[in-house]
Design a protein around this ligand. Sequence first.
Ligand code: NAP
Length: 324
Amino acid sequence: MRGAGEEENEARRIQDVIVVGGGPAGLTAGLYLARARMDVALWEKDAPGGAPALTERIENYPGFPEGISGWELVDRMRRQAEGFGLAIESFRPMKEIRRGEGHLVVVGEEVEEAARAVILATGMRPARLGVPGEEEYHGRGVSYCATCDGAFFRDAVVAVVGGGDSAVEEALFLTRFASKVILVHRRDRLRASRILQERILQHPKVEFRWKRVVKEIRGDGKKVQSVVLASTDSGEAEEVPVQGVFLYVGNIPNTEEVRGFLELDEKGFVVTNDALETSEKGVFAAGDVRKGSVWQVAAAVGDGVRAALNAQRYVEELKGIAYR
Ligand code: NAP
């Protein structure tokens, strides 16, 4: 049994920094803070890795001329940070951040911890299209992750919806398994980077349905059987038989838990200044979750460094330690 004094001591333990989110931004911030010998922990709702862990291959992270698997890249980041002493708390979702007396309180499901500074690096997740059949067939033909589910569609015909880097990259990945990939885009030109466009536009397995939007995803109650597309010009609809529908129609920031606490932009991304400080003193934001992010792994890593150095300075000033 613990005495009241012990409980009070535990309640009063204030860590230097809690990093929330275990993608490239959070892992990099954790690496820098651990090397600075700060009392730091990283909370991650699942296992560390973030969105790049679900990316088959990353070709634009400098230092890897042959490219590297997304999972391996983030696993290396994790091992590097842990090697310098970063404590990673996996499967610990953050539910709320609030202000305590002279510190911040990070609230989880059955845990509550105090910290002088918090770095929010919770990233973003794929947006839903919001059409009939999407929820019903999610996991039964509808997917947001070709890297996770692609192998289930060997010799199948699949549709990929969207014209950005994610849609094109994942459509190219799906050509390894599928007999045909139908790329559905609402305009007549892709948004994706030129190198990806060059690859997909001449791919023999990819068919394009330009200026089309998805109206409905249909199936037999168990799995997807077709997708209903409508022309953006005439509105005319056609039903296209497919066994899978992969949706890449943008992203939503993971900021529901801090809504009302931090200033967010109209899309829900966290507003920061040049020092990556948010509207709340001691709370920094880094990576995809931040307004103005360019949503690249290399940029998230840079954000992680900047947030860590500024959080360290903030904590040391708070503790009365002269900064260098
Ligand atoms: P994105 O760039 O926002 O693209 C979303 C796509 O979905 C756009 O083509 C958009 O059409 C379309 N779309 C949006 N709402 C739609 C709707 N209601 N119905 C039909 N289509 C809709 O998202 P992303 O591809 O996930 O990329 C996000 C960020 O991550 C980007 O900055 C990207 O560069 C980056 N990223 C980079 C890489 C890489 O470097 N290899 C890989 C993945 C992602 P419009 O074009 O008409 O707007």
